[in-house]
Design a protein around this ligand. Structure first.
Ligand SMILES: C[S@@+](CC[C@H](N)C(=O)[O-])C[C@H]1O[C@@H](n2cnc3c(N)ncnc32)[C@H](O)[C@@H]1O
Length: 225
């Protein structure tokens, strides 16, 4: 996959929120059954809400910043719960600013703050930046394979393209690297429910949980350190 493979077009999903479609991969950035619903359920409800934090700050690692939807929902969660979140997101192919300007408005973001959404896209890459009082973001332009992960995270949002479109993102080597940078009891959540991925994650040490999926999908997975 390279920059030229990614020619995203904006689509509207079943809950009225936007996603992107890449025709060369025949892949979308989120579920067609509802982008916002999927992100809220998989990463916030079955992820952030389940963390038992040990410190005053929750450290999140995301693989695949993409449209910034998971970051936006995390910023909303941080504000609502008065919890400080430091969100480190890895991305190899940052999206064009012009495309993102068309992407988010009141309706397609489900009533969430357009101002915060814009700020997530406007802040500089490769350094930790304050977005709100409760949400700091570091977008890093690097692949998960090359990223140097020196700190420990409470939770990992694994939001890569699916195993069919990008099999090299679902290897035991990557999961082993991610397992090692979690705090004890930390978790990785993903929308993926593929048996081979579950077995590979188990083989590097994760205790795996199969959970009911978001609307339109049967299952999702959570791996615990
Ligand atoms: C399913 S989409 C991301 C969805 C994103 N979280 C969102 O809410 O829009 C997968 C993302 O992973 C990025 N990606 C592809 N290869 C990657 C790699 N090796 N390391 C990190 N990110 C990668 C893609 O460019 C894309 O933005």
């Amino acid at each position: 996959m390279n920059k030229h493979t990614i020619q995203p077009e904006i689509i509207t999903t079943a809950d009225g929120s936007h996603s992107l479609y890449i025709s060369s991969l025949d892949e979308t950035y989120h579920s067609r059954h509802g982008a916002l619903q999927e992100s809220q359920y998989v990463f916030i409800q079955q992820g952030l809400e389940k963390i038992v934090s040990t410190g005053s700050v929750i450290n999140v690692l995301e693989v695949g910043f993409g449209t910034g939807l998971n970051a936006l929902l995390s910023a909303v969660y941080a504000q609502a719960n008065q919890l400080e979140i430091h969100f480190h997101s890895l991305e190899t192919f940052p999206l064009e600013a012009a495309l993102m300007a068309d992407y988010g408005d009141d309706i397609t973001l489900g009533g969430h703050s357009v101002e915060v959404f814009r700020k997530l896209h406007d802040v500089a890459w490769n350094k930790m930046e304050r977005v709100t009082d409760f949400f700091h973001l570091k977008k890093e332009e690097v692949s998960v394979q090359d990223a140097v992960l020196e700190q420990k995270y409470d939770i990992i949002f694994y939001d890569a393209f699916g195993p069919r479109a990008q099999p090299d993102m679902w290897t035991p080597e990557i999961f082993e690297k991610l397992y090692k940078c979690l705090v004890p009891g930390g978790m990785l959540v993903t929308y993926c429910a593929k048996g081979q991925v579950r077995r590979d994650m188990q083989s590097v040490g994760f205790r795996m949980e199969r959970l009911p999926g978001p609307p339109g999908k049967r299952e999702m997975m959570r791996g615990i350190q």
